[in-house]
Design a protein around this ligand. Structure first.
Ligand SMILES: Nc1ncnc2c1ncn2[C@@H]1O[C@H](COP(=O)(O)OP(=O)(O)OP(=O)(O)O)[C@@H](O)[C@H]1O
Length: 490
């Protein structure tokens, strides 16, 4: 009964409002309507002189995560832990293990910060949906989260121009600092990744310091070369060819490069890629700030005579078009990636999709590689990784035994000059076999291994020399025999 009365009253109020509104729109001239609107706005802004900007987590119908929201989240997680009273904690794998948790503002929490003496309010909000939907999107939930920024209207231009720019820039810097590097591997056309947590750095890389410095300088120059590359009209990419025997540190150097540059690594397994168009798809789907690696390039490409001829044609400039048709034929026959396809990608594909990419090819047999693939301009820097020298050994001794000098070092230096042992083998012999193994024992075990290597190499050398002289001898006998026969005939 009571509720009936309530509904009747509410209905009549609504009807009255609608009536007044309709009369207002009909009878009051439009100029007066605008003026009244302006005054009412002024009145409300006088009562509430603040501006609010909201940043929603998802934008558009395709549920794309908003970049602005992510950036603000990063920015606030750094600032809110000092200011907010309600925080939420998430586990993280940031490199600095002294910060095992990321703290950020909890839902419905607000913080106040100052920018150039002006106060701004940040609020983290959530709208919980009453209806449950089942989304396949892994990170999507029914809750709609957003950040709300509030500031006095007097500072509109300061906040919208300078402050928001500052927030985005700082978020980028924080992201770079806390970035977890990823190691991507490919199937036919897709990349999947794991977190790259390899500790190799240039400091732990065993090689001559002069060569190391040279590579570091080259990387630094590349990283800061955005405007230079734009000026000369080249894609912002650089190619490195790493060559040398197995176990000399080619893969280790790639990780050191990634850690130094803070770049992800895409380990491209060419033999898993069906054809050139799949290769293109894969490479277009790599992100900026990354190293794309093709290991053992000499084993990854099927270079039949036919294909080699095609490359030679292209290199002589006899028609890109004809090459493309040949490639399409290859693809129709379901063949693997061709050298020409790879060359196309290395040369130009990234010009279209932004820069800052490094391409690394590795090989154990540099002489086997088609010169077209590694000419300067494609592979800008050729780096040889070789057998362990004394300088490289000292780096390994520091890494594995934490020593910089020892009375056995001169003996090791001499043996390293007389034999060829890879850094991988030196490292293996240096490594303590038990927790309490003494430094001296480790060094002795390396000396023994080096002496054995030397002896084996000498034996091998003597063996091949003997073989060669036997062959020469038998050739000489044959020749002599032929001569005798010839004499008989004549
Ligand atoms: N120059 C080096 N500095 C530090 N460690 C090295 C170096 N070279 C080799 N090692 C050690 O040996 C192991 C094997 O080296 P790595 O895989 O980098 O060699 P590689 O040249 O890539 O070999 P492959 O040609 O067989 O792929 C590494 O895990 C590392 O521990």
């Amino acid at each position: 009964m009571l509720s009936n009365m309530y509904w009747t009253q509410a209905g009549s109020v609504m009807a009255t409002i609608m009536f007044i509104y309709t009369m207002f729109m009909r009878l009051v001239p439009s100029t007066l309507q605008t003026r009244i609107g302006r005054y009412s706005k002024k009145f409300s802004s006088f009562v509430y002189p603040y501006i609010r900007i909201t940043f929603h987590e998802y934008t558009g119908e395709r549920l794309m995560k908003s970049e602005a929201y992510t950036a603000i989240q990063t920015y606030l997680s750094e600032h809110s832990s000092q200011l907010a009273t309600k925080l939420k904690a998430e586990a993280t794998k940031v490199k600095d293990t002294s910060i095992p948790l990321i703290l950020s503002m909890d839902d419905n929490e607000e913080i106040i910060e100052e920018f150039q003496g002006v106060k701004v309010w940040w609020g983290a909000h959530k709208i919980t949906s009453k209806t449950q939907s089942f989304s396949l999107h892994p990170s999507y939930s029914d809750d709609k989260r957003y950040y709300k920024l509030t500031f006095h209207k007097r500072y509109r231009s300061l906040i919208t121009e300078s402050y928001l720019k500052h927030v985005l820039e700082e978020a980028k810097a924080i992201e770079m600092k806390n970035r977890q590097l990823k190691l991507y591997t490919n199937t036919k056309t897709k990349w999947s990744h794991v977190i790259l947590e390899h500790p190799a750095t240039f400091e732990t890389l065993a090689m001559r310091s002069k060569e190391k410095e040279d590579i570091i300088n080259d990387l630094v120059k590349f990283k800061s070369g955005k405007s230079y590359y734009a000026k000369i009209g080249k894609a912002w990419k650089r190619g490195y060819l790493l060559y040398g025997p197995p176990g000399t540190g080619k893969s280790t150097m790639i990780v050191a490069m990634a850690n130094f540059m803070n770049y992800d690594v895409y380990d491209l397994e060419l033999t898993a890629v069906k054809n050139n168009s799949d290769l293109r798809k894969l490479l277009i789907n790599t992100s900026s700030k990354s190293i794309i690696v093709i290991e053992d390039i000499d084993c990854s490409l099927d270079l039949t005579g036919q294909r080699k001829k095609k490359i030679e044609k292209v290199e002589r400039g006899e028609g890109e078009g004809s090459m493309k048709r040949d490639d399409e034929d290859d693809e129709d026959r379901g063949s693997k990636v061709t050298l020409s396809g790879l060359l196309n990608v290395v040369d130009g594909i990234w010009s279209a999709c932004g820069g800052e990419r490094i391409m690394v090819f590795t090989t154990n047999f540099v002489e086997k590689i088609d010169p077209a693939l590694i000419r300067r301009g494609r592979m800008d820097k050729h780096i040889e990784l070789s057998y362990c020298c004394y300088e490289a050994f000292k780096v390994l001794a520091k890494n594995y035994l934490d020593i910089e000098s020892h009375h056995l070092f001169p003996k090791i230096e001499k043996l390293l000059e007389e034999t060829k042992m890879t850094p991988a083998d030196v490292a293996e012999n240096l490594m303590p076999k038990s927790v309490d193994e003494e430094v001296e024992t480790c060094l002795h075990s390396l000396i023994q291994a080096l002496e054995k290597f030397k002896k084996d190499a000498e034996k091998k050398k003597a063996g091949t020399e003997r073989k060669q002289s036997n062959m020469q001898e038998s050739k000489g006998i044959e020749k002599h025999g032929e001569g005798v026969e010839a004499n008989v005939i004549h």
